[in-house]
Write a protein that binds this ligand. Sequence first.
Ligand SMILES: [Zn+2]
Ligand SMILES: [Zn+2]
Length: 377
Amino acid sequence: MTVAGTKRDFYEVLGVAKDVQPNDLKKAYRRLAHKFHPDRNPDDPGSEAKFNEASEAFEGLSDAQKKERYDRFGHAGLSGAGVHDFNHMNVDDIFSMFGDVFGGMFSGGRRSRGTDLQTEVELSLTEVATGAERTIEFSRRDLCDTCDGSGSAPGSKRQTCQTCGGYGQVEQSGGLGGLFGRVITACPHCHGQGSKITTPCPECRGRGRTVKHRKLSVQLPAGIQDGQAVRVRGEGEPGEDGRSRGDLHCYVRIKDHPFLKRHDNDLVCPMPVSFTQASLGAKVEVPTLTGKAELKIPAGTQHGQLFRLRGLGVPDIRTGRRGDEIVQVLVEIPKRLDKKQQELLREFAKSENKTVLPESRGFFDRLMDYLGNSGET
Ligand SMILES: [Zn+2]
Ligand SMILES: [Zn+2]
């Protein structure tokens, strides 16, 4: 806290008279804030202190109750009155705190963030593996171009609200016979704005907002999961003050791949092979995210057996480390055999010393039934 005696008079800081009107007070502060904004004065280290001093003076005088206390008791009257310590705030905080002074809309000092929007993008599993860029088109309620969001017709002036005298707040006696003291509420006439539109903007009929089309490009990182969202800051709708926009959330839906199923960062690929391939061993081609890979199946491979193709999965969204592709072998039993094949297999069965029915509805149908009923996978 600054020592009271060293503090300059608020009216002197802002260069206004004691009977200043709220609109003139805003103008005076806006002028100083722009003049001393540190971004505009990179070579003057003292500008931030001046900016903060003006902000503090504005806070003290822009609130009817605080102004009254300041007028009667000076700086001492504001101790404990909920005045901010501007020396510990940065310029952006102050700008958003008094955003109504700088933006087109007046919201009586109450700042509210704009609405967040959401949209959905569909990605293929292949795009998930590499990351993708998408152009997104959507509509949002945005600041009206004609009036810059103020709602007033260009050239027309807002009229100071008669009810609250431009303060945007009114005082009501609360509780029983005022026992609970005074209650300050937003002025019901101007909804806390301190002024009213005299001539509404013809484009937006005084709303200050029109529906606008927006197109932007969004980066979707490799490894993103189905249902996850990418947040694009500041692409939502503008807040009441015309600034402090909400965000746009892009939810990701991942399309099914014809062959591959995702399990975290691994991909699972069911791979049908014939019973002879499984028995004798074979080289097979398996689909991957980028095309195909060759897999050597050893002789004696069992139904359901898993083979791991390292690094052919999806990268982790944080570490970038790739998962694997896991090939699951599904041994297929032929549904139809010609005479010659039946002969050969009967011979084979003899060598195994197994009993086989001579009918055509025989060995393999029963084997299929057996595999189905035994729950083997
Ligand atoms: Zn307008
Ligand atoms: Zn009012």
